[in-house]
Design a protein. Structure first.
Length: 680
């Protein structure tokens, strides 16, 4: 038998695959051991081309076929190849991201894997369906309301084919029960389910509820697992031991065969977008995977993204509504507290402080939301106006610690830190003031104001130790903590039964940003954190402190009118030619030398030949990034926009070729971000 031509995705930073000749038969989706330069690498066969640019006799030979059967299913392989092409990322690195620990360098003296973990054993489905711990009659599924049952029936009615659904339910309306019922129905049909959540650590309740309702059939899969745990879960998912894969964005590539439904919880959450390296959006890939697997997909949120709402408008998705909270619970009343008329004491107005006092007397919980970590966001000299700024970033330093402990000035962008000065470095004056209230300062003032209360701060600084977040959330959910203080970590999917009051301390800063998505994100965060109040029988109340109570957006929030906000925001985006009506891509560059990144992008634009001809592609002039200096490097960006995706992709390939041909690129780091979620 003659040699076969195989195209292999090798985990190196080269955008295309490599052709090899192979003496043994091999199928796409199998791994092979191949020589690459001075190394031996394990890559993934992506296709069997009929012919290549180089005659087969002149190609290097595959050293070994690692799998007896494809390790990656045909639909999943198609998803990986599409993602590499769309997001303009090296295909080998995309495949490596989807196969934890299974692609990469191999030793010259030994097999790349121990015999006990040989790849061939992965290809034999070591966990047959009969050994699965799921029993269709066993799970104590939660009862469903009429709207919940109608939503599940709609999804089940689409079983056996692709359909997109948006489960738009207010906070506390029981979206999780719909997810569980839809997954259980898929399992009863002998199919499996894939469930994506924004962040495992911040949504422990949904994991617990799935595991309780579906028994041991749930495999939790996310990048924070230890390598051995991650690979063991991957093998069990592929082998059929788990019937449900539940995880964060990387779980969109989980090896789940015989899919029956895909579910994306909190689909609006920016955590689904990978911000470094392979910059994919897991929600969008989940929809494409559902189409390739020919199954329904459900996107759930109380505050859907504008992209998703436009897809509903255009009849690409069907909307399912849960308009009210389950049981006797009602949406909380939202009040706007006018900071122009009310005094502030330690960051709190009298109405908010009095409301917290009332909750303490009744044995109820309060939550203070301040999207600023640390003690004070600004250290200011009142004599000359000097502010503490980072030497490596265009950003102010945030004061951490308290007066009773060692203070530190820290940058939230690069992590640099130093001790605060006793005197102003610019004029020598001692008048250094701490401006603003971060979560640490609020925690300190609350302990003084309410000495008998148990105050629990939950932010990135307080949960660095392994297990700290789980412990804090446990105390919050049990009611052991009387007052919760934290950042957006507290607004994501938590159910605190005794929480009846939410206070938003400093809302106005979020309305001013160079990023066009900032307002959408701000509204989503506010409504999500407001939704933590009053989820049980006791009514909830939300108090938002603001200097601009007449702000039309805040007025919409006060009425829980997210639909009204979305209508206005979509009209503004369409008028401005912004996503979701146009498609954006950013070519980012950074350098150690000022001006080098900007000059590099200017030359790339020139070499690319300007804009796309007749296809609507617009190429902006390169500009400094809104935060020009970060981590000691100077940054610039080049924006490309198009009304259609295909011309954008075609033009980006031309732009990338121009960037790769530049000698100056040796001194400049650059990357491509398709559908960027942030412009900073």
């Amino acid at each position: 038998m003659g040699a076969h031509l195989v195209r292999v995705a090798v985990p190196v930073p080269v955008r295309s695959g490599f052709d090899y000749r192979c003496e043994a038969p091999v199928a796409p989706g199998c791994r092979v051991l191949v020589p690459h330069g001075q190394r031996r690498l394990v890559g993934l066969v992506t296709e069997l081309p009929a012919a290549g640019a180089v005659p087969a006799a002149r190609l290097k030979a595959v050293e070994a076929v690692m799998d007896r059967a494809p390790l990656v299913s045909a639909p999943l392989l198609q998803l990986l190849l599409w993602a590499a092409d769309y997001y303009q990322h090296p295909v080998g690195e995309v495949c490596k991201a989807a196969l934890p620990g299974l692609l990469g360098a191999a030793s010259r003296k030994a097999s790349p894997f121990p015999e006990s973990e040989s790849p061939s054993s992965d290809s034999e489905s070591p966990f047959p369906d009969s050994e699965s711990p799921f029993s269709p009659s066993k799970p104590p599924l939660p009862p469903l309301s009429a709207p919940q049952r109608a939503a599940v029936d709609e999804i089940n009615g689409a079983a056996g084919g692709f359909a997109g659904f948006v489960l738009h339910g207010v906070t506390g309306s029981g979206k999780t029960e719909v997810y569980i019922a839809a997954a259980a129905d898929a399992l009863r049909r002998g199919r499996r389910a894939l469930v994506l959540v924004p962040e495992i650590g911040l949504t422990p309740q949904i994991v617990a509820r799935f595991q309780k309702s579906l028994g041991g059939a749930v495999g939790v899969f996310h990048s924070a697992l230890r390598p051995a745990e991650r690979r063991d879960t991957w093998r069990k998912l592929r082998g059929g031991f788990f019937h449900v894969a539940l995880g964060t964005r990387s779980a969109v590539f989980a090896p789940v065969d015989k899919l029956g439904v895909i579910i994306v919880d909190e689909e609006h959450d920016s955590s689904y977008k990978q911000q470094e390296g392979f910059r994919y959006h897991a929600r969008d890939l989940a929809v494409l995977r559902a189409r390739l697997e020919n199954v329904p997909v459900m996107l759930g949120s109380a505050t859907p993204s504008l992209e998703t709402l436009l897809n509903v408008r255009q009849k690409k998705y069907r909307a399912l509504h849960l308009p009210a909270r389950i049981g006797a619970a009602k949406l909380p009343r939202i009040a706007l507290l006018d900071l122009r008329k009310l005094p502030l004491v330690d960051g709190l107005t009298p109405p908010l402080a009095d409301a917290m006092e009332q909750r303490l007397r009744r044995g109820e919980q309060s939550l203070l939301f301040a999207n600023r970590r640390g003690f004070a966001p600004v250290l200011l000299c009142t004599a000359c106006g000097w502010q503490a700024r980072c030497d490596s970033c265009d950003a102010r330093l945030v004061l951490h610690g308290t007066r009773a402990r060692n203070d530190k000035l820290a940058c939230h962008h690069c992590g640099a830190g130093r001790a605060p000065p006793d005197l102003c470095p610019q004029c020598g004056a001692p008048e250094l003031r701490r401006i603003g209230h971060g979560t640490q300062r609020l925690e300190e003032s609350l302990r003084k104001r309410f000495p008998a209360a148990v105050v629990e701060r939950i932010d990135r600084d307080s949960v660095r130790k392994r297990g700290a977040l789980a412990e804090k959330l446990k105390r919050a959910q049990s009611g052991a903590a009387n007052i919760l203080v934290g950042t957006r970590m507290l607004g994501k999917g938590h159910d605190f039964p005794r929480l009846t009051l939410v206070g938003v301390v400093d809302v106005d800063r979020g309305f001013y940003s160079a990023d066009f998505r900032a307002l959408e994100t701000q509204v989503q965060q506010l409504l999500q954190v407001a939704g933590r109040a009053g989820r049980a029988e006791a009514p909830g109340e939300v108090m938002i402190q603001t200097v601009f109570p007449d702000n039309p957006v805040l007025q919409l929030i006060a009425r829980h009118d997210f639909d009204g906000f979305a209508e206005q925001a979509l009209a503004e985006r369409e008028s401005a030619g912004f996503p979701p009506y146009r498609h954006f891509a950013l070519l980012r560059a950074e350098s150690e030398t000022p001006g080098a990144a900007l000059a590099f992008l200017a030359q790339v634009k020139k070499n690319a030949g300007g804009e796309g001809e007749g296809d609507g592609v617009a190429l902006m002039d390169p500009v400094p990034s809104p935060m020009e200096k970060r981590r000691g490097r100077h940054r610039a960006q080049l924006l490309v926009q198009s009304p259609r995706r295909k011309p954008l992709g075609d033009f980006l390939r031309r732009l990338i070729r121009a960037a790769e041909s530049r000698r100056a690129a040796r001194k400049v780091r650059w990357s491509v971000d398709v559908d960027p979620m942030e412009m900073l």
